[in-house]
Design a binder for this molecule. Structure first.
Ligand SMILES: Cc1ncc(COP(=O)(O)O)c(C=O)c1O
Length: 400
């Protein structure tokens, strides 16, 4: 569109005035939308150079597992490249039903419903269940998809300070006898800490509230079988709803909600983000079924993930980096002001280490971080190399 047209439409003023990203681009520090031209699990090629991927959610390293690739390829040829329709109408495959049965069994829930993304799963179950007159209670660090699901619902939203059960208790007291649901991340996506599910359930039961856990970062990571936060605490039955995504440990795309049969039956018939979008493509669905099987058989992957997690935590802490309350493979490294964080990101990128910058409004302007995350398939040498580069650059920039 030419500049003339832009200038005559008030709506587009904001587009002309948005210069922040261009300034960072001009300074050569822009870290976003970097195209990956090749991926070999823990190593990716960006701008013609191989770099260690220290920012992926591919926790178990299953994106390149031969069984996952083979299942995806077989489904591609058996069912075609897409479903071209909604789950509700022409877009449900027997593969979707197989995956739902397998997930329900794995998570210890009666029924499961598969969505096209984890984002849609959160939009879908929250907006379906929280009706007019109901209230949904969100932790302030809940993922954006949970916040958006609450916005999309016809109910009221209350937000409590991260992990503050007393504040939650007061808000539920005020909500009275209305229908209420608490929704939290099982593992917080930016901090890496684990929700206090036993405490949340105690408060919830006192007030007759439902509890839903988004296990996006917990599936394949927490629990005796990689079965998530509720299993980690031995509270599968007590946890009313378990939601999650296939875009992390399950190495694909898609999402799910698991619960008792009447809850899933209701969501299936009332969820706009399920009904008004096309269903998960065949290759992805088959890939996730295979990944879920591998996750349960190759338990050593989880052992390696946790060994690597300890390695990275101890490495950062012994170098003097601040990594906050993380208890999981998500390790946010506090850098400080925005510009210093962009510079640190760029220097690491040039040294062959890919990380993800976390900037305002996600965090306070002085609290910018580089979010790192470790995979089962990182070698100890790769982790040591990343730590070494963090140490060299962090010292030069005065971060440590
Ligand atoms: C906690 C949490 N929930 C939901 C999602 C959305 O998942 P998806 O990428 O499958 O849409 C994410 C992904 O960023 C997440 O971190």
């Amino acid at each position: 569109m030419d500049i003339q047209t832009l200038e005559h439409i008030a709506l587009f003023d904001k587009c002309r005035q948005f210069t922040k990203a261009r300034e960072i681009q001009a300074a050569g520090l822009y870290p976003y939308f970097k195209p990956i031209s090749e991926s070999e699990d823990t190593v990716v090629t960006i701008e013609g150079k191989k770099r260690i991927m220290l920012g992926s959610n591919n926790y178990l390293g299953l994106t390149h597992h031969p069984k996952v690739l083979e299942a995806a390829q077989r489904a591609l040829y058996q069912y075609g490249s897409g479903c071209t329709g909604s789950r509700f109408l022409n877009g449900t495959l027997d593969l979707h039903r197989q995956l739902e049965d397998a997930l329900a069994r794995f998570l210890g829930k009666e029924e499961c419903l598969v969505f096209s993304t984890g984002y849609n799963a959160n939009l879908g179950f929250i907006s379906a269940l929280v009706g007019r007159g109901d209230v949904v209670m969100l932790d302030k660090l809940d993922h954006a998809s949970i916040v958006d699901g609450a916005k999309m619902s016809f109910g009221e939203t209350e937000r409590f300070t991260h992990g503050d059960l007393a504040s939650l208790d007061r808000k539920l007291e005020r909500a009275g006898a209305r229908g209420s649901m608490i929704v939290v991340d099982g593992v917080y996506s930016m901090e890496g800490d684990i929700a206090d599910l036993p405490g949340l359930l105690r408060v919830a039961r006192k007030h007759g509230a439902a509890v839903a856990v988004d296990d996006a970062h917990a599936l394949g990571v927490l629990g005796p079988n990689g079965d998530g936060t509720a299993a980690h605490f031995g509270l599968i039955e007590e946890t009313d709803i378990i939601a999650g995504t296939f875009s992390k440990s399950l190495a694909s795309i898609g999402g799910f909600v698991a619960a008792a049969e009447p809850i899933i039956h209701y969501i299936r018939h009332h969820s706009r983000p399920l009904i008004f979008t096309a269903s998960l493509p065949p290759a992805n669905t088959a890939g996730v079924i295979a990944a879920l099987e591998v996750l349960q058989v190759e338990t050593d992957r989880r052992d390696r993930l946790w060994a690597n997690t300890r390695h990275l935590h101890e490495g950062f802490r012994s170098l003097g980096f601040e990594i906050g309350p993380t208890e999981t493979p998500i390790v946010p490294v506090l850098i400080g002001p925005m510009e210093q964080t962009f510079i640190m990101w760029r220097r690491l990128f040039d040294a062959g280490v890919f990380t993800n910058p976390v900037m305002p409004p996600a965090v306070q302007p002085s609290q910018c971080r580089l979010r790192t995350s470790v995979m089962a398939t990182h070698t100890p040498d790769q982790i040591d190399y990343c730590l070494e580069q963090f140490a060299i650059i962090g010292r030069e920039l005065g971060v440590i």
